[in-house]
Ligand binder design. Structure first.
Ligand SMILES: Nc1ncnc2c1ncn2[C@@H]1O[C@H](COP(=O)(O)OP(=O)(O)O)[C@@H](O)[C@H]1O
Ligand code: SF4
Ligand SMILES: [Mg+2]
Length: 336
């Protein structure tokens, strides 16, 4: 294209919405030699606007980490598209390297296993830049800079991971992620193992870093307090499928889908005037190798009708977001 030609309309539209991550129809199947293939993620689509935080919530086994690993290039992708700033990350050879090069970093729940126990803190922090063969003094300067950004200081530089507290170790893994100059940080239960007061400090740090380092987060957490504090929007996953998606205040304050309701109303402190007798989630999430027909939630849903076991509900626009339920309108009339 001639450099002086005006931008095409679709490029202008893209810039206006400013999507950083765009996941379309992502499916992941785990294949073992002897076992039935497990479709852990089935046709999931969502996007994250630059500078925002999308929280991905759902019970254990719903496929959250599978989506995280697919985006970070650390796990398989069966089909679908993962675009970061327009660059396709699915279907590439070395997907982890590709994701890293395009600015994806991931922070896991357990900082101990994420750090080399024999490396001092400064060396772990500069790990993403080791390839540049910088002088040791320069590397230490970089480490000191990033230690400061995560609320640690020069005293921590030469310590080994076991000489740090759990919260300090998680700050080190966050510093290491920042050194890679990421656009997107995936936080996969990153505060879940921390004591309450430490968890609160790390949440505040993450909130501050989002502004100062111009970050975008994909927050995976079963901690609804953390979700309410950080998330701009919320996506609810059940057995590999998205069931609800919308602005965080609305999904947390007034969840629409029966599964979101059961999941969120189980945490009374989140909702002023929440019912003490809020329906509890009964039964187990089930096995993605043998998912229920129709709506995957139907065996546990108090609102299920015959149609629910025969027909897969699709995400449909609803109250500023989307919900995948055959009975959205009728259920709306039932107070939460
Ligand atoms: N490597 C694997 N091989 C086979 N099945 C897996 C593998 N990893 C995860 N699963 C299965 O995929 C489903 C989703 O797992 P996961 O993504 O870890 O869920 P979550 O993070 O929401 O707890 C679960 O049923 C889990 O047992
Ligand atoms: S589609 Fe049916 S089973 Fe699924 S959540 Fe809606 S009412 Fe419940
Ligand atoms: Mg997980």
């Amino acid at each position: 294209m001639n450099a002086r030609m005006p931008m095409p309309d679709h490029a202008a539209t893209h810039a206006a919405t400013d999507t950083l991550l765009d996941v379309k129809q992502l499916s992941v199947i785990y294949r073992g030699l002897t076992r039935t293939p497990v479709q852990a993620v089935a046709g999931v689509s969502f996007s994250i606007a630059r500078g925002s935080t999308l929280a991905l919530i759902g019970e254990s086994g719903s496929g959250k980490s599978t989506i995280a690993r697919a985006i970070a290039g650390l796990g398989p992708v069966e089909s679908g598209s993962i675009r970061l700033d327009g660059a396709e990350l699915a279907g590439k050879g070395d997907r982890a390297a590709e994701a890293g090069r395009h600015g994806v970093q991931i922070v896991f729940q357990d900082p101990t296993s994420a750090l080399n126990p024999r490396w001092p803190v400064w060396q772990s922090i500069v790990e993403p830049r080791l390839r540049e063969r910088l002088k040791r003094a320069v590397q230490r300067d970089i480490a000191a800079d990033y230690l400061g950004r995560v609320g640690l200081n020069a005293r921590h530089m030469d310590r080994l991971p076991q000489q740090l507290s759990g919260g300090q170790r998680q700050r080190v893994t966050i510093a290491r992620a920042l050194v890679a100059r990421p656009k997107l940080i995936i936080l996969d239960e990153a505060v879940s193992a921390l004591d309450v007061s430490v968890r609160n400090e790390v949440l505040l740090l993450l909130d501050r870093l989002k502004e100062s380092e111009q970050l975008t987060y994909l927050l995976i957490s079963h901690d609804m307090g953390a979700v309410a504090q950080l998330a701009t929007s919320v996506a609810v996953l059940y057995l590999g499928r998205l069931v609800e998606l919308g602005p965080a205040t609305r999904v947390i304050g007034q969840p629409s889908h029966p599964y979101s309701r059961a999941l969120i109303e189980a945490v009374p402190s989140l909702q002023a005037g929440a019912r003490k007798d809020a329906p509890k989630l009964s039964g187990e999430i089930g096995d993605p190798a043998h998912p229920p027909s129709g709506c995957r939630f139907h065996p546990r849903c108090p609102f299920a009708i015959d149609r629910c076991s025969n027909e897969v509900p699709v995400l449909t626009p609803h109250r500023g977001g989307e919900s995948a339920c055959h009975r959205t309108q009728e259920i709306e009339a039932v107070p939460s």
